[in-house]
Design a protein around this ligand. Structure first.
Ligand code: X8Z
Ligand code: ZN
Length: 640
């Protein structure tokens, strides 16, 4: 399909029009009015729905069934959508200086310019190239594997398998092998990513921004410069807490690994229990303040439940199962376990008064890694068709605590989609993108030790100081450890896009930021071919990341306000709003607003304050912070 720029369409029609005077001065078209703007927004919203549906369907198939064919089909669908968007943005410029436009229409026109993280170059060949690269990078990440022996497919391991090594095996060399193996996946992306960044910058400039980073920062109802300052301010609030956690963790790891630890105060990236060192919860057994106090081993419970399911099916099987039968039984048990985990999460949301999900959600979601094809397993949530109830998640669920919490996260996206599905498509988004990421995480904060015990995922919860500190440590390894990671990914990309990190310094710049903010170092000496950012989903798939940093802070603000709304009076960390309809109604009201008003207003309606503010996360972890300071006394903290 070829779409003509609107200005050309208008011209050709005008030239053909018999109503035009045959000679003399051409009539000046009447100046656009507020009513024209309104009509434009209505039409744009209607078209948006159709565009979105087609592009989304192609992308869903491309990510759940990675082949050269689906890669090409989604590139073309994305290209068509971006072309449409670019035409609409151009057309909308005629309203830039029209006064008295309805504020809702003005907001719609402003949001239109921020609908994609992938600004389309106007040059058609460059647009094709950019969409091809986007699909190629996504497919490369999704199908990435580490093969010990390139000639032997049986030696290949997927990201889930390599992540499991990091999560469960504390052996330095095993972890190093899994970590390095996965990071090789980034290597092949270096040249493509460099070109991709160039093309996107061209698109951003075509839209009037100096580069893609500025455009990404323009989506927060404040200037891009103010937003950058805001992220630094928030980081300043939480940095001391992170510093204490890093110090304690580093010293514990040094007790374990001794001489192999670097001497500069950093933590090597491969021994935190997570491929990107963004979540350290798997180190909890090593770091718990009071070993054995409070039973927080959710993994054990989930695993036992899956095993019980499998055993029951084996017993029910008539005759002697063949290896093929056994594989089918295993698959069945995986599916039952995954569905139970999703249902458990849905139950929390419905307890707040949210509606149950339609059966299509369970029929159409991808909940397990497909056995017969490559798929992008990184979890995501999809509104397939704006305005309908076809919502899905795509995830490769394992019976682990981490995946259970990721499901709560994804369900937050799903319920946001459900809550705002009837408002105009252009407003169907988070108040800002940090809100979208914070919805499910806020719910996850309600999964307290007492609630876990109540739903049979942990032993009886203790409420003495020791049990509370253990629980705080566990959560801090998720939420506090994440903060600098959440911040630095886009510090890196902003640098890539504004040119301050040159292509030959991509990897070096990445590790400088990892060191500066996380106090982390690479366990291997880098080569010029390395491109470690490519080993993190959001870089090849081009998803902006500052949203997760914001969400990490916002979720504690939301949680505090919802606990207030529920009338909760005790220590914040033990609050659970499970079953509370008042808190639920307040939350739903926020979700159903979508992006109709500046996020500051939405935040104020929920929390009484217009600012993002880390005081909630700081207050939450106050007991742990004091404890960490005590432990770290006399120890060497900080890094070079
Ligand atoms: O990507 C995600 C979600 C999907 S929006 C699973 N998260 C970030 C990540 O995994 O890097 C959630 C936490 C941070
Ligand atoms: Zn998310």
């Amino acid at each position: 399909m070829r779409t003509l720029p609107a200005s050309l369409v208008g011209l050709s029609l005008a030239l053909l029009s018999p109503a035009l005077p045959a000679a003399g001065k051409a009539k000046v078209p009447p100046a656009p009015t507020a009513a024209d703007a309104h009509a434009f927004v209505e039409k744009m919203n209607a078209e948006y729905k159709a565009q979105y549906l087609a592009a989304n369907a192609a992308e869903w198939v491309a990510e759940t069934y990675i082949t050269g064919d689906t890669e090409m089909l989604t590139a073309r669908a994305n290209e068509a959508m971006l072309k449409w968007l670019s035409v609409k943005i151009d057309e909308s410029r005629r309203f830039d200086h029209v006064a008295d436009i309805d504020p809702k229409d003005r907001r719609a026109l402003d949001l239109l310019k921020l609908q994609t993280a992938m600004p389309a170059p106007k040059d058609p060949a460059h647009l094709t190239e950019a969409t091809n690269l986007a699909s190629k990078l996504t497919a490369a990440y999704g199908s990435g594997k580490y093969c010990k022996d390139d000639k032997d497919p049986a030696s290949c391991r997927t990201l889930d398998q390599l992540s499991e090594v990091l999560a469960t095996d504390r052996d330095w060399d095993h972890a190093l092998d899994a970590w390095s193996g996965w990071h090789h996946v980034g290597r092949g992306m270096l040249k493509d990513y460099q070109r991709f960044a160039e093309l996107l910058n061209e698109g951003a400039r075509d839209l009037g921004y100096d580069n893609v980073g500025t455009m990404w920062r323009a989506g927060y109802d404040m200037s891009p410069a103010e937003f950058a300052k805001e992220t630094d301010r928030l980081w300043g609030q939480v940095q001391p807490l992170y510093g204490q956690l890093q110090c304690y963790t580093r010293n514990k790891l040094a007790e374990k690994y001794g001489e192999r630890m670097p001497k500069d105060g950093t933590i090597p990236a491969h021994i935190t229990g997570n491929m990107w060192a963004q979540d350290w919860a798997n180190l909890y057994p090593l770091l718990q303040p009071y070993p054995g106090v409070g039973n927080l081993d959710v993994n054990e419970h989930l695993d036992a439940q899956r095993k019980a399911g499998l055993d029951a099916q084996r017993k029910a099987f008539k005759g002697k199962p063949t290896p093929l039968d056994l594989a089918a039984l295993e698959h069945d048990a995986d599916m039952k376990s995954a569905v139970a985990m999703v249902r458990r999460s849905e139950d929390f949301y419905t307890s707040l008064g949210f509606p149950p999900l339609p059966s299509s959600f369970y029929d159409k979601s991808m909940l397990l890694r497909p056995r017969d094809r490559d798929a992008l397993c990184h979890a995501s949530a999809w509104p397939m068709d704006l305005g309908s109830t076809d919502m899905r998640i795509k995830m490769c669920i394992k019976p682990t605590e981490e995946d259970q919490y990721t499901i709560y996260h994804e369900m937050g996206h799903i319920y946001y989609y459900v809550a705002y599905k009837d408002i105009p498509p252009i407003f169907q988004g988070g108040a800002n993108d940090g809100f979208h990421e914070a919805i499910g995480d806020t719910i996850r904060l309600n999964i307290t030790p007492a609630y876990l015990a109540q739903i049979g995922l942990a032993g009886k919860a203790g409420s003495d100081d020791k049990a509370v500190l253990n629980a705080q440590m566990k959560l801090a390894l998720e939420k506090v450890a994440f903060l600098p990671f959440g911040l630095l990914i886009d510090k890196w990309r902003w640098g890539v896009f504004d040119g301050s990190i040159a292509p030959d310094k991509y990897n070096e710049g990445w590790w400088q930021l990892r060191r500066k903010y996380q106090g982390l170092s690479s366990p291997v000496a880098a080569t010029p071919a390395d491109f470690d950012p490519g080993a993190k989903n959001h870089v090849p798939t081009n998803v902006p990341y500052m949203r997760y940093f914001l969400a990490d802070i916002l979720q504690f603000q939301f949680y505090r306000s919802l606990c207030d709304a529920a009338g909760y009076k005790g220590p914040l960390s033990q609050c659970s709003i499970y079953g509370n309809k008042e808190a639920g109604a307040k939350y739903w009201k926020m979700l159903s607003q979508g992006a109709q008003q500046p996020w500051q207003q939405t935040l104020k309606e929920l929390t009484g304050k217009e600012e993002m503010d880390a005081s909630a996360i700081i207050d939450y972890f106050a007991p742990l912070y004091a404890w960490l300071q005590e432990q770290n006394k006399g120890k060497s903290c900080g890094w070079e």
